[in-house]
Structure formats: structure tokens, C-alpha cells
Design a protein around this ligand. Sequence first.
Ligand code: CDP
Length: 204
Amino acid sequence: MSFTIAIDGPAAAGKGTISKAVAAEFGFAHLDTGLLYRAVGAKVLAGTEAVQAAQNLQSEDFGDADLRTTKVAEAASKVAAIPAVRSALLDFQIEFAARDGGAVLDGRDIGTVICPNADVKLFVTASAEVRADRRFKELTAKGDQTDFQKVLAAVIARDERDAARDVAPMVAAADAITLDTSDMSIENAVAQAISAIRAKYIPS
Ligand code: CDP
């Protein structure tokens, strides 16, 4: 049985936390597709050409702690606008989505391009300030020296680039359920996501 859940949304909206919780709740596999673009971005920062990097990703490329930095996020969003980078990453994501036992994928174009026929599509969002605040807390907890205004500016710049690109721009699929988590605790956001999925998912 395959059952695909597509979770899209802007930077630091809580997609990762919600996706992991949903995958654990239903026993599905989870793919954070942002990590693919972050791994390519990190390779580009280290000197590799973007398309070459995307065509040659290895599992060990995902273990680097630096992948979560603001610098790598920015590089990721630049390489993500290159059509040949996106097409190099396409088959892996489509195959993952179709795997037996159910899959949750989170990203920007899951409900629109990767899995247009996903069983459930969520678009998770929140105000830029709330998202920047969450990302700021995440970064400072890891010991990163940064300030809130910088994080806010980086989040806004990345969202603008992701929404404006020609290929697979960040946009809610017409049939996605939007979850605005600005005034929601993460527990509440997870509970709402789970109940939206439960309404469609009948375990065999
Ligand atoms: O964790 P956060 O929401 O900040 O970002 P991410 O999901 O790790 O994605 C990093 C970047 O990769 C995004 O800003 C996008 O430019 C790109 N991305 C994309 O283009 N398509 C996806 N399906 C996932 C990420």
C-alpha cells in the first residue's frame, strides 16, 4: 500500500516537526526534501558546480551538521532555482513518495510537482516574524551567534526567492489544506495535521 502525504510551506513554518510527528503517528517513512537542496548548496559552497553536485549526491552528504546553518539555507535556495538541479533530484523523490507502507515528504513543491496526486496535502505557514523567532531560537540553542533581525531578513529573502522562481515555485496546491501556525503551539499544529490526515487515511 502506498499513501502519500505532501507537506509544503515557507521557511521555518514547522514542516519538519509536523512531518516527523505525522510519520511517527502513522508509521510512514519521512523525507525532508529541503535536505537534498541543502546538501547541494553545501557542496556548491565547497566549490562543486551545482548540477554536478545534484547528480552525485551520496547518503553521507546528509550527515553534515552545517546543513542547518543560515548560510547553507541561502545557498540551497539559490541552487533550488536551477531547473537542472531540480530535475536531477526528481526521480529519487518520486520513488520515495510511492514506497510501500506510506510516505511523508516535506518541502516547497511536493503537492504541486513531486506528488500532484498525493492523498493528503498540507500547506503549513505562519507569519514571517513567528517563523523567524522559531528559527532564531533553534539557531541560538545550537550555539550559533546571530541576531533576530538577521534571521528575519534571511527568512524573508529566501521566501521571496522560493516563491518567485520560474521552476516549481513555492505555492500552495489548489487542493492543499492550509495550516496557519502563527498562533498555535507546535503540539496543536501536529494535532490538527494528524486529524486532517485521519479524515482521509483508512489503515488496511
Ligand atoms: O527548514 P526550512 O524550511 O528553513 O528550509 P528547507 O525545507 O530545509 O529548504 C531549504 C531550501 O531548499 C528552501 O529555501 C528552498 O529553496 C529549497 N527547497 C526547494 O526548493 N524545494 C523543496 N522541495 C525543498 C526545499
